[in-house]
Write a new protein. Structure first.
Length: 373
């Protein structure tokens, strides 16, 4: 019993120290760059509304950029925005994919329209609430020659304390993990690269036939030994709402992207969560009060540190919503682990991914079948 208790203490200490490490390495100066030649590529669905808060936030960015709106050709709001602001916005009509993800299809079409003067490529998702410093912070490591690909990370803002907050708690575990530059996987919701890096990985070929844009780019970057770097203070807010079914499906889809592209990465992540989950089962069933105290002490410690991280990187209203997820890790931290593991395991049962109105079958990262629904 004492051996199990010692291992349990070590696991919880490592998890707490990891979050503290993330907090300690948040950059204090948060320097930005605003070079010429930055282009942002935004893939939007046909029902996208161009008067959304996202457009307001993009207009307010501290660094200039040209906006490429990648559409299938049926987004009236994107057409209107491009017509109203032709000096800032260019529209790309990609049509409908037949053998790759619709988002990837639109990004590839946009990449084919790049100008010779486009030196920095920025990729964002339509469901984020970017801070005003997003573009400038992403560009800083690239302009200073510190990285070839840089990335922020999604931080889900739950609408309430139930299932959205539970999914947010799982995501917050991942968002506040310490990140080594050599082990960084970019997130397509807030990612940038130099034009030279895009050419080195042959980005069009890397994306061709794929469903996951960021996984494809990240794996290609690893293969070509590009320098990939996280921007730790860019935990980018993304709204999370809906019922238990869709939200659970969202989590499964995220891990299915991983396992269909890199089974080894999925196995490492699942193994780590399974270890924590198994020891929580032991602590609650056989470990006694000392084991429970260790688990809850570490959980409360992580929650307090994460509260500080949220206050440091998010706008006040965003931080208040994100803190709703902390209650899960404070009241029932074992439920967060078990839910995380259940999502990871369910993801391994199928290679079919439903995303954006389409169902894809993915084998070794490539789309082999797709259809509506």
């Amino acid at each position: 019993m004492s051996i199990f208790l010692a291992i349990w203490f070590l696991l919880q200490a490592i998890s707490l120290l990891g979050v503290i490490n993330y907090w300690r390495h948040l950059p204090a100066d948060r320097q930005e760059e605003a070079p010429d030649g930055a282009v942002m590529i935004l893939s939007v669905r046909d029902d996208w509304e161009a008067d959304s808060e996202l457009v307001t936030r993009l207009r307010a960015q501290s660094a200039p950029f040209r906006l490429l709106l990648a559409t299938s050709g049926g987004c009236a709001a994107a057409e209107a925005l491009a017509a109203a602001e032709p000096d800032w916005v260019q529209i790309v009509r990609a049509g409908v994919a037949s053998d790759e993800g619709q988002k990837v299809h639109k990004l590839r079409a946009a990449l084919k329209t790049l100008r010779d003067s486009d030196r920095y490529l920025i990729f964002v998702d339509a469901d984020i609430e970017p801070p005003v410093r997003l573009v400038g912070r992403l560009l800083f490591p690239l302009v200073r020659g510190k990285a070839d690909i840089v990335t922020g990370y999604r931080l889900l803002l739950p609408a309430g304390h139930g299932m959205p907050a539970l999914v947010g708690a799982v995501e917050m575990q991942l968002a506040t993990l310490p990140r080594a530059a050599s082990a960084t996987m970019p997130w397509g919701g807030a990612m940038a690269m130099t034009r030279a890096a895009a050419e080195r990985i042959d980005i069009d070929a890397a994306l061709a036939g794929r469903l996951s844009d960021d996984m494809a780019i990240g794996l290609a970057g690893w293969r070509t030994k590009l320098r990939m770097r996280p921007v730790r203070d860019l935990l980018v807010a993304s709204l999370l709402d809906g019922g238990p079914g869709p939200l659970w499906g969202f989590g499964v889809r995220q891990y299915r992207h991983i396992i269909t592209n890199s089974p080894r990465m999925w196995a490492v992540a699942t193994g780590a969560v399974a270890l924590q989950s198994g020891f929580w089962l032991w602590a609650l069933g056989w470990g006694g009060w000392p084991a429970i105290a260790i688990g809850y002490g570490a959980a409360w410690g992580r929650a307090m540190v994460r509260r500080g991280i949220l206050g440091a990187v998010l706008e006040p209203a965003q931080a208040a919503r994100a803190r709703r997820s902390l209650w899960w890790d404070m009241v029932t931290p074992f439920a967060v682990c078990w839910a995380h593991l259940a999502v990871q395991l369910q993801a391994s049962f199928s290679n079919r991914i439903r995303w954006g109105g389409w169902t894809y079958r993915v084998v070794r990262g490539r789309v082999v079948e797709m259809g509506r629904g």
